[in-house]
Design a protein around this ligand. Structure first.
Ligand code: ZN
Length: 331
């Protein structure tokens, strides 16, 4: 759920990106790319298109469609078919690299990158309410250290969900070469507090930070949304440098999450964009690294809950988050 019980902010123009609506782009891009994906030759053609032989000369950058994601939802074979054309690179080129380095450095599109994943809440928070209720400084305000999170009507905890999706995401990111740091991994009885969650991302010098959540609002409210940091300044909070890149990260995750899971943007906030800007979350206000929250669905809605409790759906959720991060980091 949202990090507190305060009502969501009024929807403002800042929550919409009228110049770059990812949902308007993705269908045509997905069709075009899917049509081109099957062969390396077609991939070469796509490369020519993207590198701009057109009059503008500026290669388009499909934000919501990283190169590693080559087809629309349901195309199970798409993930492995990253046929990056390399016309001048023979297969033997890899021999020199593999001959050295006994402790092989990470390989993959995210090699050298650090991603911090923040599994929202903690399953132990319910038993430590006095600890998590204490106030912490979020720069612009003071708020509770942490919250319990929500549950489905049948008792599946948000904190279980966030940890599971986070672990699946970690596995995917590490397979692409990233260094992944968790804010917690069920290795502490409660928390961490929201200020510490932000600090972990900052101290890791994360290239991207994603805080994983699911919402807990009334039935009938469905879909996912990404929470982006507003521009805030006060005390230790200064988001001026991360607002732009965080929106980029959020848009990419939104597009990829929609495609990977088949879920729609939330129908109860964000004006259908799946994007919301908030200035009241310590985890965002105190971050100095590009960071977003994702609310993957509404645990209190039966249809959303059926998805959130499905391991297969959670894997798709992790794939969507991962692909968004890969796109953001240019992998
Ligand atoms: Zn939450």
């Amino acid at each position: 759920m949202r990090y507190d019980d305060s009502p969501p902010p009024p929807e403002s123009a800042s929550s919409v990106s009228p110049d770059r609506p990812w949902y308007a782009r993705r269908s045509t891009l997905a069709v075009a790319v899917a049509a081109l994906a099957p062969t390396a030759l077609a991939g070469w053609v796509l490369t020519q298109v993207l590198t701009g032989s057109g009059p503008g000369g500026q290669p388009p950058q499909p934000k919501a469609l990283p190169a590693s994601h080559t087809a629309g939802a349901g195309a199970g074979d798409a993930k492995s078919s990253t046929t990056t054309p390399s016309p001048a690179a023979p297969a033997s080129a890899s021999t020199s690299a593999s001959a050295s380095a006994p402790a092989a450095p990470a390989k993959g599109p995210l090699a050298g990158r650090t991603v911090v994943i923040d599994p929202g809440h903690n399953t132990g928070n319910f038993k430590h309410t006095s600890e998590i209720d204490r106030q912490v400084d979020i720069g612009t305000n003071r708020k509770e250290c942490d919250t319990t999170g929500t549950t489905t009507n049948s008792g599946y905890m948000e904190a279980e969900f966030t940890l599971d999706v986070s672990r699946r995401t970690r596995t995917l990111l590490e397979s692409k070469g990233a260094k992944v740091v968790f804010t917690h991994d069920a290795d502490r009885p409660w928390g961490p507090c929201i200020d510490e969650r932000a600090r972990i991302g900052n101290e890791a010098k994360a290239d991207a930070v994603v805080s994983v959540h699911a919402d807990g609002v009334s039935a009938g409210n469905r879909g996912f949304h990404i929470i982006l940091p507003a521009t805030v300044k006060g005390g230790a909070a200064d988001t001026s440098k991360i607002v732009g890149p965080s929106r980029d990260l959020g848009e990419r995750i939104a597009g990829n999450f929609a495609r990977s899971t088949g879920s729609a943007p939330a129908n109860y906030l964000g004006s259908g964009t799946g994007l919301v800007v908030r200035d009241d979350l310590g985890g965002l206000n105190l971050s100095t690294r590009p960071k977003v929250f994702i609310e993957c669905g509404n645990m209190r809605d039966a249809k959303d809950a059926a998805q959130l409790t499905s391991p297969e759906w959670r894997q798709k959720a992790a794939e969507g988050i991962t692909n968004g991060i890969v796109g953001f980091l240019g992998g």
